[in-house]
Design a binder for this molecule. Sequence first.
Ligand code: GLU
Length: 487
Amino acid sequence: MNNNIRVRYAPSPTGHPHVGNIRTALFNWLFARHEGGKFLVRIEDTDQARYVEGSVEAILGGLRWLGMDWDEGPEKGGDYGPYFQSQRLEKYQAAAEKLIAGGHAYRCYCSSERLEEMRAAQTAAKQPPGYDRHCRDKCEITPEGITPVVRFRVPLKGRTVFNDLIRGEVSFENALLDDFILLKSDGFPTYHLANIVDDHDMRISHVIRGEEWVSSAPRHVLLYQALGYEPPLYAHLPMILGTDRSKLSKRHGAVSIMDYEEQGYLPETMVNFLALLGWSLDDKTEIMDVKQIIDNFSIERISKTGAIFNVEKLDWMNGSYIRALTLDEFTDRARPFLEAGVPESRAFDRDYIKSALALVQERVKKLGEFRDQPEMTRFFFIENLEYEPIELLGKKMTAASTRTALERSLERLEKLGDFTVESMEADLRSLAEELELKPGQLFGSLRVAFTGLIVSPPLFQTMIVLGREQCLKRLREAVSKSWKLPE
Ligand code: GLU
């Protein structure tokens, strides 16, 4: 246990967490678990206008789905709570007062009209936008009826430098920072103030977050200095890019993490895949279980360059995790998807379902295929197949030869004492020879007869699952359908 290592995932509840947020959560979690430290969840809900109902549940649900347990935070509590920023307002107000008293912040009474005019003038003069420090050096006379905001008094000269554990030294010119707002007129803090007050109060040792926050870091470092606090260590994670190397967006499938669950990716796939978005064990290892990732995780092996989110790789990885499941696990996980796509399957017992699923486990990439391509397994569970007689026609076969082939197959199977893969295969191969057909011609017709499909799981195994009675019944139906074939 390393009690000094404390990291946090600090999402804003502004919608469902997407891949980038969850990758940040994961890297924090992996780091905490590797180091034996603590992983905190803190909800940064001070921006009331952007609050989206239900997002806290979605955030926590995403963490739970991926197995990222948190040591302190919502539902858990902890020594440094509350873990919702909206319940900590007085702490930010106190910090703002402390900064004002120390000469590091000031009240600003500029009206929104004045700020509007200032912005318009800056745009017209092609100047960079930013507060013109109108209230910075005024003595405090409170104008009637205006509730001030509190702004940070950014040093006008010098540079702010910090060491990023991934990027090395990062340095910003102070003159380029404007006197940003700390406390809004409604008494709510801005992200910058709340974030550093909490990171300090919650004894956060390492701030691990996305690269988009690098430009906020100098403001944070200045705030720490002004408050006389030791800043945490920083590690800004590389950007996640699409395969076209542009920033990952919806267009690349950058959807909410729960959409991946919906599509039938396994949580263990997602953990493995997301861990490789910026971190690697070596140059080649792709498949790693969570224990192996935790054991080997280190900030040193996080790269600076953008990480490519490749959906094809994700699908390949998921297929590989699916194949590695025991048949029982696979059955349990696939069943909800199967039931959604093939409600008829509910009437069957688990053993039957299991034997049917065993035939497709090799081929499935996402469990959602059971729901979205129900034809893949539907034939196992329905009484009457729906297909057109024409589909029974074997390759280069006539109506008559197809009918004969089906009739003769029926005769053979009716007589066959031993209903096994080997005996059926031997029997039907010899029949094909007798009929002067290629085995593929005969098996093609039979496949349609038993499954209604041109492409299906292996024919004889499928017949075993369907069972003798069902096979004979389907074959009789096929024979009668074959009479409808145009001569
Ligand atoms: N609330 C910020 C976010 O939504 C946190 C950024 C940080 O980790 O400092 O990502």
